[in-house]
Design a protein around this ligand. Structure first.
Ligand SMILES: [Zn+2]
Ligand SMILES: [Zn+2]
Length: 255
């Protein structure tokens, strides 16, 4: 069995998951009329492009939910890369993190399945490039299905969700998923995070939620649960960094 697990959501939408690492990162391939979109490219421990070639021969645009290392690992295999302006600095000049901080997430104990034979931790580099295209809130990428860019800062300054309007699919990256949500690093902003969750909650027409980590198959109730959780923390006046981990039914929030 290969490193990636591919599941078909519908005839033109696939989820490509990395279940052999504890983060269970999910990337999504959306095929359109003449081109396709890949939402995030994963950890970069195996080549996702080889998987994509099995699914489509259309040219692929890569849309980045945010510039954290675990979502841009295979960007190096593509040349048509999109990212929100407020995270672009990290792609151009690198993450504000020492390389060891990333590498420690890729040591053998982080893998829950067999490590891909081609992965060499010594040559692992976080993706950087100046050759990127900039996205703004409200932009539409039209591949024969309209993908709306929604700026949702908080987990990172330039985090975006991508709304596939015709199917009602909301791709939420690291803003909303069933697991522990992170707003405790210096570059996060818990107040903006809550506002972004409310922004998604107020978006009309969502039928399904497809997150960047863990179980990809989420009902839209997860949005309301996340909104309620942030509202509860906010009401207690504890929506500030250093307050710790808050536990709810299906999610935790670390701030
Ligand atoms: Zn992240
Ligand atoms: Zn992530």
């Amino acid at each position: 069995m290969g490193w990636f697990t591919v599941n078909k959501i519908d005839d033109n939408t696939y989820v490509i998951s990395e279940n052999g690492h504890w983060e269970n990162t999910n990337c999504y391939l959306l095929t359109g009329k003449d081109s396709a979109v890949l939402i995030d490219s994963g950890l970069g421990v195996a080549n996702i492009k080889e998987e994509i070639k099995k699914l489509t021969d259309m040219p692929v645009k890569v849309i980045t939910t945010h510039a954290h290392w675990d979502h841009i690992g295979c960007h190096k295999y593509f040349n048509d890369i999109y990212i929100h302006e407020d995270d672009s600095e990290w792609i151009i000049n690198g993450l504000p993190l020492p390389p060891q901080a990333v590498i420690k997430n890729l040591t053998p104990e982080n893998f829950t399945g067999s490590i891909p034979p081609e992965f060499d931790i010594k040559s692992y580099r976080v993706f950087r490039s100046k050759d990127i295209k900039i996205l703004k809130d409200g932009d539409i990428i039209d591949i024969g299905r309209k993908l709306r860019i929604i700026h949702t800062p908080g987990h990172s300054p330039g985090h975006i969700c991508i709304f596939d309007e015709s199917n009602g699919y909301m791709f939420t990256g690291d803003l909303i998923y069933k697991g522990t949500l992170y707003a405790f690093y210096p570059s996060t902003d818990p107040v903006k995070y809550r506002e972004s969750v409310i922004k998604i909650s107020n978006t009309e027409g969502i039928k399904k939620v497809f997150p960047g980590h863990y179980d990809y198959n989420q009902e839209k109730d997860i949005i309301k649960e996340t909104e309620n959780a942030f509202n509860e923390i906010n009401k207690k006046n504890r929506l500030k960094q250093g307050e710790g981990i808050f536990e709810f039914e299906n999610i935790k929030i670390q701030i």
